[in-house]
Design a protein around this ligand. Sequence first.
Ligand code: PMP
Length: 284
Amino acid sequence: RTVYVNGDYLPEDQATVSIFDRGFLMADGVYEVVSVLDGKLLDFEGHLVRLKRSLNELAMDNPLSDDDYLAAFRGLVERNALADGLVYLQVTRGNPGDRDFAYPAAGTRPTVVMFTQAKPGLADNPAAQTGWRVISIEDQRWSRRDIKTVQLLYPSMAKMEAKAQGVDDAWMVEDGVVTEGTSNNAYIVRNGAIVTRALSNDILHGITRAAVLRFAAEAQMQVEERSFTIAEAQAADEAFITSASAFVMPVVEIDGAAIGTGQVGPVARRLREIYLEESRKAAI
Ligand code: PMP
């Protein structure tokens, strides 16, 4: 693979970052993941807007212009002949030359790293035909989940717990209601209405969530932005998740209880089709 580090395109085994980088020592960094279908970027603009918001919330300099980011994403897609897959982008507070809790003085250049991950047939993932099974787990993350930081240890632990139980993912629960999946936003469908938690600092503001809710409204589907419990989800007609890499993925079981028929439902299926069709059209 050819990867990107601070303006340079390099073979992956020649790309290096300092051991003093604050991303490495403090998880002091933010990231984005953008899907690529047929060599084109999906929802690129939305991811860039959220990246800049994350940087701003952490008082971190934005080292590149919007055009620079786009050029680098396209540069990597081209150099790696990427048809279907992901582009990962990470910006950390850089290398102050030593370890210190305080942010470095102005002038320390943020570290920008980007790389591609090939996922042939990403849009035809067979899991979308059978759906995911999930477990519930307590949400033990920090309280600024709206910032997309690289501090991903708890979601990793939750994912490992899901794997240990032989399922696909975990839905995190706080104060008795679902926050989100380990790396996705969570939804249920009840009596034709799509229900998903309202935006706040408690969840990541998914770019796919925004797009799917817009498409749902355009298709005259009812949307309720409110919290729900695991019990309500287990009694729902359907459930699904959204993320940039999974698009719309049906969920057919929670904590061993089948949702609805236990098969992929019509609302999740339709939203996945609409999302893929519309985002492919708008891809750049
Ligand atoms: N919530 C969390 C915790 C996530 O990590 C992600 C994926 N990065 C999402 C939601 C979905 O966001 P998006 O649709 O922008 O990928």
